[in-house]
Design a protein around this ligand. Structure first.
Ligand SMILES: Cc1cc2nc3c(=O)[nH]c(=O)nc-3n(C[C@H](O)[C@H](O)[C@H](O)COP(=O)(O)OP(=O)(O)OC[C@H]3O[C@@H](n4cnc5c(N)ncnc54)[C@H](O)[C@@H]3O)c2cc1C
Length: 479
């Protein structure tokens, strides 16, 4: 009988260590790897060029790592996911593939894609075998007493803690090198990585994308460095955008260069892998990882959030303002509110924005400007290197008071007060809003506060913060 192969289909999980599907595929027999590149689908999902370039760069590294394991890699461009099932049909007819292995993805289009592939394969007595890998706990496994999904983070977190007390999720062993396969896959290859990379690099010429180094070893180094050097101060440092007080691992987690299990294991390394919280920093970082977990579970349990619907349906009726000029000022970091402009410019320049500032910017758009949060969600997605439907949607709906466990609508951050509190020396503002760099620590947060005629080459605030706050509260109250 001729040799059969297992196919490992990599998606948002570009690594070889602690990889559920890869481990199972290689255990089942000689393995071939597949990566499908879908530029038109990515565009439909508003994936940022900087995120795709990062993905393609990591893919080059993954190919090398797989070559070292003697796992041949097939890279195929299929612009839209709807055409993937036919490709599989062709593939299983040409290559003697037994089963296909992949890690579950939770967006509605991803689930639909996999369901269609599954149906196609089943007709030929093959399986798409899916594994839980993106989350600490399988989706649909964290339930309340009525066996329903949690809609409030605190209760979700409590159940996660109970589960962790029974043992931390363990990492999968590393795959071992297989015998070289006597198989020529070049006929199926349509490897456009370099051409695509060139296209995406053109789109991000003005961005400092090279600071985002790829590679599993690099991501693990960042993780270790964070745990050793920053975890102790994380509780306070995480809110100060001028510091590098957070892990900056979100982009790596999102395309799976590092796994969530690796993060949790590193967090409890000092406790020899036991769930014993021994510092505020440890607890706070764990909680952030669980916010990520919570939003992934929400995405799966409430598919409406994938379809641009607010989580709280009654907020559908809020009358958002149509104001393209205001939207543009916010997008370009020209609002006249220094902390907002610093954040928006940080994102345009680097593909990343500090979490505290993401909250301030999102709340300003959805409350002070009363512009539909979906416009902000889309802008973030189009520019963030860590753009992730679950976390981005969750973050935006939290700020806009339309989501799970969202901030009450009448609690509206004052960006100036936030700026004075979290960037007291104005360092973050100075870095990103160079027009204000010469101002002293007091004035920099609101350069026009004293109403003196100004020679600043910087816009005046585009809205009155107090009046716009009241307008937002009224709009939420009366919908
Ligand atoms: C409006 C808005 C939009 C956001 N969009 C995204 C997004 O597209 N992608 C994304 O990964 N995160 C998003 N976040 C969450 C958060 O801002 C980033 O995860 C965080 O800034 C990444 O930096 P870090 O890796 O240094 O985080 P750390 O502070 O080191 O946290 C560790 C990890 O926990 C997770 N995490 C931390 N905070 C949150 C949170 N509030 N919600 C969900 N997960 C969290 C991330 O995976 C992060 O890498 C958004 C938050 C807001 C308020």
């Amino acid at each position: 009988m001729s040799q059969t192969y297992q196919l490992i289909w990599f998606r948002q999980d570009l690594r070889i260590l602690d990889h559920a599907a890869l481990w199972h595929a290689t255990q089942a027999g000689p393995t071939i790897a597949l990566v499908v590149l879908s530029p038109s689908q990515w565009q439909k999902h508003d994936d940022a060029a900087i995120k795709i370039e990062f993905y393609l760069r990591q893919l080059q590294q993954l190919k090398q790592q797989l070559a070292d394991l003697n796992i041949p890699v097939l890279v195929q461009t299929i612009p839209f996911w709807k055409d993937i099932p036919d490709f599989f049909l062709h593939l299983i007819q040409k290559l003697n593939i037994e089963n296909i292995y992949a890690n579950i993805e939770l967006g509605i289009n991803e689930l639909k894609r996999d369901q269609t592939v599954q149906q196609q394969l089943n007709q030929h007595k093959k399986e798409l075998i899916l594994f839980h890998d993106r989350t600490l706990f399988p989706v649909a496994s964290i339930r309340n007493q009525s066996n329903l999904p949690y809609q409030v983070f605190g209760a979700f977190k409590k159940t996660c803690y109970q589960r962790l007390q029974h043992g931390l999720p363990q990492c999968y062993p590393s795959p071992t090198k297989q015998q070289p396969l006597s198989l020529d896959i070049s006929a199926f290859q349509q490897d456009d990585i370099q051409t695509l990379q060139r296209d995406y690099i053109k789109q991000i010429q003005d961005t400092n994308f090279s600071q985002w180094q790829v590679g599993e070893a690099h991501a693990l180094m960042l993780l270790d460095q964070f745990i050793d050097e920053c975890l102790n101060d994380y509780k306070t440092a995480r809110d100060l955008p001028a510091l590098s007080g957070t892990s900056q691992l979100s982009a790596y987690l999102n395309i799976g260069i590092i796994s969530i299990r690796q993060c949790i294991q590193a967090l409890f390394r000092q406790q020899h892998g036991h769930f014993e919280i021994q510092s505020e920093g440890q607890q706070t970082w764990l909680d952030e990882l669980l916010w990520r977990e919570f939003y992934q579970h929400i995405l799966f349990d409430f598919p409406k959030v994938s379809k641009h619907h607010p989580f709280q349906s009654h907020t559908q009726k809020i009358c958002w303002r149509e104001d393209p000029i205001a939207l543009k000022k916010w997008q370009q970091g020209q609002t006249g509110i220094p902390i907002i402009d610093a954040g928006m410019r940080q994102m345009l320049a680097t593909g990343w924005m500090h979490n505290r500032v993401r909250m301030i910017c999102a709340m300003f758009l959805s409350k002070n400007l009363l512009i539909d949060w979906r416009k902000g969600e889309q802008w973030f997605m189009r520019h963030l290197i860590d753009g992730d439907l679950a976390a981005n949607n969750g973050g935006w709906q939290w700020c806009a008071s339309t989501g799970t466990d969202a901030v009450p609508y009448f609690r509206v951050f004052n960006p100036t007060t936030q700026s004075q509190k979290f960037d007291p020396e104005g360092e973050y503002i100075r870095k990103w809003v160079s027009e204000l760099a010469h101002l002293d620590n007091k004035i920099i947060h609101e350069p026009y506060a004293r109403n003196q005629p100004s020679t600043l080459d910087y816009p005046e605030p585009m809205v009155d913060l107090k009046a716009s706050r009241l307008r937002a509260i009224e709009a939420f109250k009366s919908h």
